[in-house]
Design a protein around this ligand. Sequence first.
Ligand code: KMH
Ligand code: ZN
Length: 280
Amino acid sequence: MSAPVIITAALVGAEVTRADQPNLPITAEEIGQAAAEACEAGASIIHLHVRHPNGQPTQDVERFRQAMEAIRARCDAIIQVSTGGAVGMSAEERIQPLALRPEMATLTVGSVNFGDEVFMNPWPLIVQFAEAMRQYGVKPELEVFDAGMIANAFRLRQLGLIADPLHFDLVLGVRGGLPASARNLVYLVDSLPPEASWSVAGIGRAQTPMAMMALAMGGHVRVGFEDNIYYRRGELAQSNAQLVARVARLAAELGRPVATPQQAREMLGLRSGGDDGPRP
Ligand code: KMH
Ligand code: ZN
């Protein structure tokens, strides 16, 4: 058997709407239910964004607390909060959920055009977020949307702001970022520290081919409505779990078992096992 694959379910995101995907989870209860189904299908990490009841994206700490409680009531998944939030949010808004001391959080290591907008991550913001994660004992997942961002991760490591083993998420196919291709994925993986772990998030129709490449290369996989709302061309996915289940099936064909949350914690070197709960 090859190494287990860690599947991350990006359930909600900040950009997708109910008009785009009628089954998008929005309330804490809906997010908790979607997380439980995704875990049952093989996910061990829940990448978490939250919304106001009207569907607007928010980084409000109470909304995160409610969603985290709803997830923890139903499954043992690693909760990875977003510090990316939505394009245009301030650093102060985006950093809020770290105060809940989740096991993991995203740390985007550079700015990138994002559709018609710009996802702003200037160096001082990156340092501020990395320092806060260190202070709260939160493991960063380093989000890479373009090749140059990896150099910033090395710089953070050199400054002692992040520690080995590093974990990256390679996001391929955002309009304005690095396109999703086999050549680009291989280039990014070759640019990482050899001991680092990595997952791939292919955007839109690139989700499944990028997942298959990651599985074959020994990497990990992120899927979910945040990145792709379709099951196949022209057919909306029924649920986040349906997308996770496909990756689990493909992994099985390649002889890679899906990691349990506990196995994923060990593989990622997480601090305790996620039983210390959110704090005020
Ligand atoms: N919503 C994107 C602009 C993250 O979660 O850290 C940024 C994003 C990345 O979703
Ligand atoms: Zn996100």
